[in-house]
Design a binder for this molecule. Structure first.
Ligand SMILES: C[S@@+](CC[C@H](N)C(=O)[O-])C[C@H]1O[C@@H](n2cnc3c(N)ncnc32)[C@H](O)[C@@H]1O
Length: 352
């Protein structure tokens, strides 16, 4: 012990109690406290009455939220939101509420609950015990699936404008976003590049609210949604096939099958655009608690996927008749993990 602090005190405290602290933020998101406090400052008793909560338990939660920096309490005992707390509101464009609910929720916890078993066998709990993949697992629980889609949309909304503005998508007449969820990214791209016709292609359950997103962005005349399964068929007719945070969900065998399906339908001047963070050549150079490391383990635990390096992509493209022709680093970052995205551009090899 030196100067009244134990060695590694902060790191150990975070490692031991980190998941509990995350539940404080999750409870605030579940109870929609930020929405109540966005309208007016309230005492704990007033907030308990509005939100129908136990006043003593709420007072204790609010103290924890104050210490996290999400709320402040004035002299009169009224609580208000800080800029951090504002991010839990449901009605702000930079909301992270669904990310908090998804990554601290039951489906994610189930996937991470046996990381040791995953490391022992190389096979995650879903495949080993539940005998289904992550998306089949989510489909059985509509609430968790909605949370997952909401979290992906939070991430895309927070990064979509920088992605749309950071790469020249106007080179392509028709752009298809494979695994594009509810169409948040393709809508932002079409809004910035008004010559682009957008198609979002995803599982039928995921594209259900796409028309609404297109209308909100004023691009409903140029964007459409197609429901389908990438392992069955990729629709043809696009000039570029974009995949953001999609290939990382799959092991190499599945990625090869996806790229091969695209290779069958892509024109000789077509492009594949993969938007993902990359592992650096020397992963030991990464900063502590690097997002790519957490994300890589999350993908292992949930989908048997992985974060890849440039060399990994070169190999996968080569195996499926493409050449990695360009990498554009983007200012946008993976919201949950604070890692920068890149656009990896691949060209069909016969063109060269
Ligand atoms: C990690 S999310 C990424 C969503 C979006 N691209 C983004 O960055 O926000 C992966 C997406 O792949 C979709 N997906 C999973 N399996 C699929 C399949 N077999 N065919 C098409 N889409 C699939 C999921 O529904 C989900 O929207």
């Amino acid at each position: 012990m030196a100067n009244g602090t134990y060695e590694h005190q902060e790191v150990l405290s975070n490692l031991i109690f980190g998941t509990l602290r995350a539940q404080v933020f999750r409870a605030a998101a579940q109870l929609e406290l930020a929405d109540y406090l966005s309208k007016e400052t309230l005492t704990s008793a007033e907030l308990a009455e509005r939100a129908q909560l136990d006043v003593d338990a709420l007072r204790r939660l609010l103290l924890a939220l104050e210490k996290i920096g999400a709320v402040v309490c004035d002299q009169g005992g009224k609580y208000g939101l800080t800029s951090l707390g504002q991010r839990l509101r449901t009605d702000v464009p930079d909301s992270v509420r669904d990310l908090v609910l998804c990554y601290n929720g039951e489906a994610t916890w189930h996937c991470w609950s046996d990381l040791a078993g995953t490391v022992r066998t190389g096979v995650n709990i879903l495949e080993r015990v539940d005998k289904k993949n992550y998306f089949e697992y989510l489909k059985e629980d509509p609430l968790e699936y909605e949370l997952f889609n909401g979290a992906m949309a939070d991430d895309s909304r927070n990064s979509a404008k920088s992605i749309a503005g950071g790469f020249d998508f106007s080179r392509f007449g028709t752009l298809m976003d494979i695994g594009g969820g509810n169409g948040t990214l393709i809508a932002s791209i079409a809004a910035v590049h008004d010559s682009v016709e957008g198609i979002v292609f995803d599982l039928p359950t995921a594209v259900g609210s796409a028309q609404q997103i297109f209308a909100l962005n004023g691009v409903e005349g140029r964007c459409r949604a197609v429901g389908g399964d990438v392992f069955v068929e990729v629709p043809g007719g696009a000039d570029a096939y974009m995949m953001k945070s999609f290939l990382h969900d799959w092991d190499d065998e599945h990625v090869i099958s996806i790229l091969a399906k695209i290779r069958k339908v892509i024109g000789e001047h077509g492009r594949v655009l993969v938007i993902e963070p990359l592992f650096p050549d020397d992963p030991h150079s990464l900063p502590s608690f690097s997002g790519v490391i957490t994300s890589d383990l999350d993908l292992l635990s949930a989908t048997q996927g992985r974060i890849r390096s440039k060399a990994d992509f070169e190999e996968l493209f080569r195996a499926t008749g493409f050449l990695l022709s360009n990498i554009t680093p983007l200012g946008a970052y993976d919201f949950a993990n604070y890692e920068h995205y890149n656009v990896l551009e691949a060209t069909p090899r016969s063109e060269l």
